[in-house]
Design a protein around this ligand. Structure first.
Ligand SMILES: Nc1ncnc2c1ncn2[C@@H]1O[C@H](COP(=O)(O)OP(=O)(O)OP(=O)(O)O)[C@@H](O)[C@H]1O
Ligand SMILES: [Mg+2]
Length: 253
């Protein structure tokens, strides 16, 4: 993505000095991050460093102890319930585990957000669900139960569910974890396409170098409670910073 000077000021997600602890465990310790409208930002970092915790702050599932989290100008600590519901309907969340309801078909899982927040007819819902399953390339999953789907297919269905309301912001928690390289690459290209074609803003947590190369406009390393070495994927991967070299050296791809 090329950013004009005006675009650079168009911050849609802002973390400023965010602290979050669970008991004695300080997870976020002064996290600063600005994400611009339409960009895809990747977060890398060791297991347990707070990547999922960071995403949960964006959608208002967790509240920081100190600092501010703003989404499209709303302060997430003080946003009234009604506005939070409206704001959430403009965001999609691809969970780390696909988190599908076992007793519903894939189609019904994808339809859930529409049933909860809109007044479309059943026929309209079916059409939209089929469109999204087509987009993530699992059209045959519609009638199937999650137990009948492979891991890669479940991930795609989770992605379709996150996309069903045509969100402006999508939070992806390890969208390719545990998948083989071919399926991962195809999911990464789908994420990039969404950014390019629909201009969605993306925040992507990933362990995969292949993922940041394909989807990332910028990437940073979350470690010690703050984001560091924020740069383009090419600069990030070429960095000689010892901490980053050590981290990247442990990655498999
Ligand atoms: N609701 C919670 N209650 C207590 N501790 C929590 C909670 N959520 C997260 N934690 C702790 O916060 C830390 C960061 O968790 P988080 O899930 O963000 O890690 P992560 O970076 O996503 O790791 P992974 O790569 O393994 O998914 C962990 O030590 C975790 O145990
Ligand atoms: Mg996580």
């Amino acid at each position: 993505m090329t950013m004009t000077p005006e675009k650079q000021d168009d911050v849609i997600i802002r973390f400023a000095g965010v602290h979050k602890a669970f008991g004695k465990r300080q997870v976020l310790a002064g996290l600063d991050l600005d994400i611009h409208r339409g960009e895809t930002f990747c977060i890398m970092g060791p297991s347990g460093c707070g990547k999922s915790v960071t995403l949960r702050h964006v959608i208002g599932l967790l509240k920081q102890d100190a600092g501010t989290v703003e989404v499209d100008g709303h302060d997430m600590a003080t946003i009234p319930r009604k506005e939070l519901v409206a704001l959430r309907s403009r965001m999609g969340y691809v969970f780390q585990e696909a988190a599908l309801l076992n007793w519903l078909t894939a189609g019904a899982n994808v339809a859930l957000p529409l049933r909860e927040t809109t007044k479309f007819t059943e026929a309209e819902i079916e059409q939209k669900v089929r469109e999204k399953l087509e987009l993530v390339r699992v059209p045959d999953a519609y009638e199937k139960l999650p137990s009948e789907l492979s891991g890669g297919m479940k991930k795609r269905v989770g992605l379709a569910r996150a996309l069903i309301t045509d969100p402006e912001i999508i939070l992806y928690d390890e969208p390719t974890a545990g998948l083989d390289p071919e399926i991962s690459s195809s999911i990464n290209h789908t994420i990039r396409e969404l950014a390019d074609r629909l201009h969605v803003t993306g925040l992507v947590v990933t362990h995969h170098i292949g993922c940041i190369k394909i989807v990332g406009d910028r990437v940073g390393l979350l470690d010690g409670g703050t984001l560091n070495y924020i740069s383009t994927p090419a600069e990030f991967l070429a960095s000689k910073e010892p901490r980053l070299v050590r981290f990247l050296g442990d990655r498999l791809d």
